[in-house]
Design a binder for this molecule. Structure first.
Ligand code: GLU
Length: 480
């Protein structure tokens, strides 16, 4: 048996972190088993589905490296298949037309809630006579198709994550709607039905999805049986929770993969982090791995039942690890769009070679790609503002003189190198009879406007290449 799994997002929003994590687990399992990973777009909700969301989902999955073997298959293109399957169930008397109106259903719900009962359909149209049907039809009522659910039925499955699961038919809300209202034909299929027809048709062997689908699984198993098909294995993965232990939502700042991308997370780090959201490798000290490496070790035995808390600090740490180890060419490519968005101009000597050197300089202090904007700001503005600390430094005795002395020696140098800067510093120390610390601190304050930052000599060399060092030294030496 070839393992076949699927991710089945609904294009009613951008690719959600929960859906993406489900996709990760599907991908890992498929690759572990040498199976296939299928992408199906569940766009039967015509009002809420939008092509731009489909595009966002496809882009997000590709960006994360979650390549699929088949698809994308669109449910909206498969309506005839569902309608035929509905008809089969109607013919077998396992499903029927229900003419109950919205008002009648509302009244039923109110009566149930007045008695403190959970809302459920009371199966009132399960056994309509042809005459009764004829009356409803003559009234022009529309009908939905309901699938019969036996109250006494016990539904049992062995969940790959949650072990033995038992549901009772009576807890499923009465006979379930499988096709939406229509007047003279079978209407649009509903989620639970289309999913089963597709999973059968696509020969899905393992349904791996979030635990919010558990109640659906109970209903879907009944549909598999009614359609005389083998029931697949189910694995319900834990939800992603925020720090307060509630389901991660928009209120937590971000929910979609494109948001994370925009915030400056790299795909390798995000996908690595997602593998750890609810799963741990056998050697739990190993935290950094590619999808391929994780897939070799993946099993449902090591997927937690409890919800997975989203940990920003951990994601940041992972991201920084990937950024610090990244090839400079690649990192430069990734940083450029953030700098462009910040309005930085790549002119006046700021060519690719210069930019790569800048990236080498800031690389060790990056956590997110976006940090590059702040950390390289001083290279894209003419004059820097001085921090209080830098101001204090520049007012120190000897500071302004030192900077003037540096400016003077600078006159003799066209192109600076690491050696020439070191020589110049030595010369100034000697001529001015000052301590090295004073020279270095004054230089840093003057060139960067701050007292902390990356390697000073490299910073100077980069500023020199874009002719910003002299004006800064001049500006700072006249601050007092
Ligand atoms: N379209 C469903 C969702 O977005 C898919 C659920 C399933 O995997 O069956 O949650």
């Amino acid at each position: 048996m070839t393992v076949k799994v699927r991710i089945a997002p609904s294009p009613t929003g951008n690719l959600h972190i929960g859906t993406a994590r489900t996709a990760v687990f599907n991908w890992l399992f498929a690759h572990h088993q040498g199976g296939k990973f299928i992408l199906r777009i569940e766009d039967t909700d015509l009002e809420r589905s939008r092509p731009e969301y489909t595009e966002n989902i496809l882009q997000g999955l590709r960006w994360l490296g979650l390549h699929w073997d088949e698809g994308p298959l669109f449910q909206s293109k498969r309506l005839e298949l569902y309608q035929a399957a509905v008809q089969t169930l109607v013919d077998k008397k396992l499903a029927y037309r229900c003419y109950t109106t919205t008002e009648e259903l509302e009244a039923l719900r109110e009566a149930q809630s007045a008695k403190g009962e959970a809302p459920r359909y009371d199966n009132r149209h399960r056994d309509l006579t042809p005459d009764q049907e004829a009356v409803f039809q003559s009234e022009g009522r529309s009908f939905v198709i309901r699938f019969k659910i036996d109250d006494d039925r016990e539904i049992v499955w062995n969940d790959l994550v949650r072990d033995k699961m038992i549901w009772r038919g009576r807890d499923l809300g009465g006979d379930m709607v499988i096709a939406r209202a229509a007047v003279d034909s079978i209407g649009q299929p509903l989620y639970n039905f289309a999913v089963v027809v597709d999973d059968i048709d696509m020969q899905i062997t393992h349904v791996i999805r979030g635990e919010d689908h558990i109640a659906n699984t109970a209903k879907q198993i009944l549909l598999y049986e009614a359609l005389e098909s083998k029931v697949p294995e189910f694995a319900h993965t834990p939800l992603i929770l925020n720090q307060e232990g509630r389901k991660l939502s928009k209120r937590d700042g971000v929910t979609s993969i494109s948001d994370f991308q925009h915030m400056g997370f790299v795909s390798e780090a995000l996908v690595n982090y997602m593998t750890l959201l609810g799963w741990s490798p056998p050697d739990s000290t190993q935290e950094i791995f590619t999808l391929e490496e994780a897939s070799q070790k993946f099993s449902f035995e090591r997927v937690n039942k409890a919800g997975a808390k989203f940990d920003w600090a951990k994601l940041d740490w992972l991201n920084s690890q990937y950024l610090h180890g990244m090839d400079v060419q690649k990192l430069t490519d990734l940083i450029i769009p953030y700098c462009e968005e910040a309005g930085y101009q790549f002119t006046g000597g700021r060519d690719r070679a210069w930019l790569e050197q800048l990236v080498v300089l800031i690389q060790p202090s990056l956590t997110r790609l976006k940090d590059a904007v702040d950390q390289s700001q001083l290279f894209f503005t003419e004059a820097v503002g001085f921090s209080d600390e830098a101001n204090t430094q520049l007012q120190q005795q000897g500071s302004a003189e030192t900077l003037k002395a540096i400016l003077t020696v600078l006159e003799n140098h066209q192109q600076l190198s690491e050696t020439t800067t070191q020589d110049m510093i030595k010369q100034v120390i000697k001529e001015q009879n000052v301590k090295k610390g004073l020279v270095m601190r004054s230089l840093r304050a003057a060139l960067t406007g701050d007292m902390h930052g990356p390697d000073l000599i490299q910073t100077w060399l980069l500023l020199n290449k874009i002719s910003l060092d002299k004006p800064r030294l001049l500006q700072a030496s006249t601050v007092v």
